[in-house]
Design a protein. Structure first.
Lengths: 313, 313
DNA sequence: GGCTGCGATGCGCGAGTAGCATGGCCAGTC
DNA sequence: GACTGGCCATGCTACTCGCGCATCGCAGCC
């Protein structure tokens, strides 16, 4: 069966004439005649009664007509859906992102994306980088926003990397801390400090690349929850490392100082190499890059201003 | 679009491999590969990601898959419906029949037909022959059971005639009538009788072909309704003509005598020439013929026995 | 590094399908 | 009753499309 045959059939049925249908469809009469004959052969029934003045549907023809309409309509719907998908009027994209990226980067990018493409559904899952890459490989996510230390680059053979930004580390200190007025510090200057950590070795991971040999940050307090962690800093219990992307989520009652020689985490949007992502993904990555640019402040990182061209969610 | 392409697409999607789908469908790998490529070209989207070990659906492919299923299913349904139509598992047939045929002939034929073909809907309209032929021509009926006098044959060019039987005329007389014990009479013997007529000239029509020249049946009473007409006969008010097909509907309190030289009405099942009737029509005509055979009793027509192989409705 | 399995592709052939022209059939007309 | 016009079917020819065959490229594996 060919959709063309059904269209011809439908037109002949509508006009009650092979010749008229041929004219309407810009075919010759013989072509249409043969198309109908072939279709009749195919379905094994006579579809039209031929008379001197045109043709009329037989019972079988009437029966087929309804089905032909349905088949052609559904096929038309399929084409429209695919076109919508390509034109981003429809579709779905599943994003994985690490926790800090969810503070501002990803939500703002999604907001900007959805403002342009209402029809596209966006799902987000937060998780750690390895888990996100697994989801990607399993086909449970279409794009992952992950961070990787410079000394552990992602496997460029398996993944397509779209660099978004290099994230610097800041140090959150109490307002009356000796470093509170500094614009930036070196890691070595933090040697005597007590760190408020999110987990037992999280801070070590963050600092790993630039830690002076043999120097291990002293961690006296472990507070998993972000708000509590910064609360401890504000109360003068210690200092904390703050990824640049999380700056937006820091309260005003503490000071943030750039860590000059800190390791820089590379933030990438990652897709699976050799797999065509949903059409929305490239567009979404563009939005991520745009937002990333507004979040990367070259100097004096305190209080990143809200970018004017990105609406806040 | 071709249904074949969609089937190939579905199989590739199901098996996740072009080669495997080719094996399953008894194609070569290259054929399937090209089919998919052509389909992708057609819909303007990449449907599969090609990898070293098979292929996986893209977003567009997943989108298309649902539609492809629907299209193929509907097409399959169409084929099944058409097959059912041809095999008389479905369909509809509209019968027109003149009044007397509805006494036994048509109902029994329909009953026998429906016993064999439950899925077929049968509609019946009663009417006079000219009106029935009009319905046929207008496509409002598929077959008409009509009677025609031998001297007014139906137009064999416009109609296909399926002869069912030649209907003789009987005379209904009171039980104590001088002719009541006769097996048959000649029309001339009815010269002095008063006819109970269904309409002013109905009896003349019935007798026309064999009326002796110049002889006109005397009609004193006109009773449109069949029961009343025969009631008058039973009460001794006159005699009445009874078409053989109506014998079954005559009460027992009067006598029926065959009219030996009466005009014979030819009863036909008629379809429109040059138009394919519903598949059920030939079958139905067979049933009509079978019933007609049981209704045509060569001698002594009184009390036709109920045919044993035709269930009464 | 050779082997294996998968998909893509150049090539050649056969089937299908288009257009052109013709013929048959029917209806309406002179 | 012959003629004509409209309609559909069909023989013919050319061309395209789609298949199979064979081969190539690539990736993973022993």
């Amino acid at each position: 069966m060919q959709s063309q045959s059904l269209q011809v059939f439908r037109e002949v049925a509508r006009l009650g004439s092979i010749t008229a249908a041929a004219r309407a469809l810009a075919y010759t009469q013989s072509a249409v005649s043969r198309q109908i004959a072939a279709l009749e052969e195919d379905v094994g029934a006579t579809l039209f009664d031929r008379a001197a003045r045109g043709v009329t549907l037989t019972e079988a023809g009437r029966c087929l007509l309804g089905h032909a309409d349905a088949v052609l309509d559904r096929w038309e719907t399929a084409r429209r859906d695919l076109a919508a998908l390509a034109g981003l009027g429809a579709g779905r994209v599943r994003i994985g992102a690490f926790a800090t990226a969810m503070a501002a980067l990803v939500p703002r990018a999604i907001a900007a994306f959805q403002a342009r493409h209402e029809g596209v559904t966006v799902n987000v899952v937060e998780g750690l980088t390895p888990r996100l890459l697994d989801r990607l490989a399993d086909g449970d996510a279409d794009v992952a926003v992950v961070s990787s230390p410079p000394d552990q680059p992602l496997d460029a053979a398996r993944y397509r990397l779209h660099h978004l930004l290099d994230e610097r580390l800041l140090v959150a200190v109490p307002r009356d801390h000796r470093l509170a007025r500094r614009r930036q510090v070196r890691a070595a200057e933090l040697a005597g400090e007590s760190f408020i950590a999110g987990s037992a070795d999280a801070e070590r991971t963050l600092l790993r690349a630039t830690l002076p040999a043999g120097w291990t940050p002293r961690v006296d307090i472990v507070v998993r929850e972000w708000t509590g962690k910064l609360g401890c800093v504000a109360a003068g219990l210690g200092i904390a490392l703050v990824p640049a992307l999380a700056v937006r989520a820091t309260p005003a009652d503490l000071a943030l100082v750039a860590l000059r020689d800190a390791s820089v985490r590379r933030i990438h949007a990652v897709t699976l190499a050799g797999r065509t992502p949903p059409a929305a993904v490239p567009e979404l990555i563009r939005e991520l890059r745009a937002v990333a640019a507004t979040l990367t402040i070259p100097s004096r990182p305190r209080r990143t201003p809200t970018p004017t061209h990105v609406r806040r969610t």
